[in-house]
Design a binder for this molecule. Structure first.
Ligand code: GDP
Ligand code: MG
Ligand code: ZN
Length: 289
């Protein structure tokens, strides 16, 4: 009997598939091998069990979506992980990742780690992102604070953890499931950045779902985007787009609703600054093609 599962990794000529609460070591049917079809983690497959933990992949189902670099298929949500401190959150990178995830159309959860290292009076922006509609969870991987609240987001989903090295992604997985024992890297105090301790892409089962702790999802490029399109991915702009010109890019144009909202403190200044920076990149890459 065939069972549906999810490919979690390919390694040493075998494919490992998560189905029925366990991981099956699978080989491919001859016809797949001949076609040299490339399977990526997240691909939904039908497997035929041969023994208790070995099976063959009989069919690969159509992909709902996929990310490149790292290659992961059928992603349901992206969890953007930033440290509250050490290192300080890079809000430019956060906004860039938000734009990327909004463009792909996957759900987003923002997590700030290291809650144990800050005092509540610290000037953080997590409330702003919460107010504009994102799910924002503050956690400490050390004390476990906030971990229960985050747990519910993973069930039955394929999630991708993204964020800078040293943000606490591997620690977060360990906090959600202490059995995982993922390697975590110490933050180098010299440069304030963590070392890269995570290598290949692999989905691991956690909190009732599958999660990728990705090696390099921290700097994405804003290719393949039109200049008019970019603003759609800034949720906080939507209510204020009553500009004089319909084609307003909220840059140098007069009577711009977005710029007025920034002046009134309704839109965070750094959001508009980052928008303008990304806009420049988008326009530059438009010229190249
Ligand atoms: N105090 C504290 N340290 C943390 C927390 N989360 C991670 N760390 C530390 O931050 C460093 C980087 O964590 P790691 O999980 O390797 O980050 P990654 O590069 O995003 O996977 C490690 O030294 C962790 O022990 C946290 O919530 N509180
Ligand atoms: Mg890591
Ligand atoms: Zn405008």
């Amino acid at each position: 009997m065939l069972i549906e599962g999810t490919l979690v990794k390919g390694y040493g000529g075998f494919y490992y598939v998560y189905a029925d609460d366990r991981v099956w070591e699978c080989s491919l049917r001859g016809r797949f091998r001949v076609q040299k079809q490339d399977f990526i983690p997240g691909d939904k497959v039908l497997i035929l069990p041969a023994t208790e933990d070995k099976a063959t992949i009989e069919k690969v189902l159509e992909r709902k979506n996929f990310l490149i670099r790292p290659s992961i298929a059928n992603v349901d949500q992206v969890i953007l992980v930033f440290a509250s401190i050490n290192p300080d959150p890079d809000y430019n990178l956060l906004d860039r990742l938000l734009v990327q995830a909004e463009k792909v159309g996957i759900s987003i959860v923002i997590v700030f780690t290291k809650l144990d290292l800050i005092n509540p009076q610290n000037n953080r922006l997590d409330n702003y992102y919460r107010e504009i509609g994102y799910s924002v969870v503050n956690v400490s991987n050390k004390t476990g604070q906030g971990i229960d609240e985050l747990f519910q987001f993973f069930k039955d989903k394929i999630s991708v953890l993204a964020g800078p090295s040293g943000a606490g992604k591997s620690s977060l997985i360990n906090a959600l499931d202490p059995n995982k024992k993922l390697k975590t890297g110490e933050v180098s105090t010299k440069i304030g950045r963590g070392r890269h301790t995570t290598r290949h892409v692999e989905l691991i089962s956690i909190a009732g779902g599958l999660v990728a702790d990705t090696p390099g999802f921290s700097s994405l490029y804003l290719t393949d985007m039109k200049r008019e399109e970019l603003q759609n991915y800034f949720q906080d702009f939507w209510d204020y787009r009553n500009c004089r010109f319909k084609s307003c890019l909220h840059d140098k144009e007069p009577d711009c609703g977005i710029k007025e909202a920034v002046e009134k403190g309704l839109i965070l200044g750094s959001r508009h600054e980052h928008y303008l920076q990304f806009l420049k990149e988008v326009i530059e890459s438009e010229r190249k093609y």
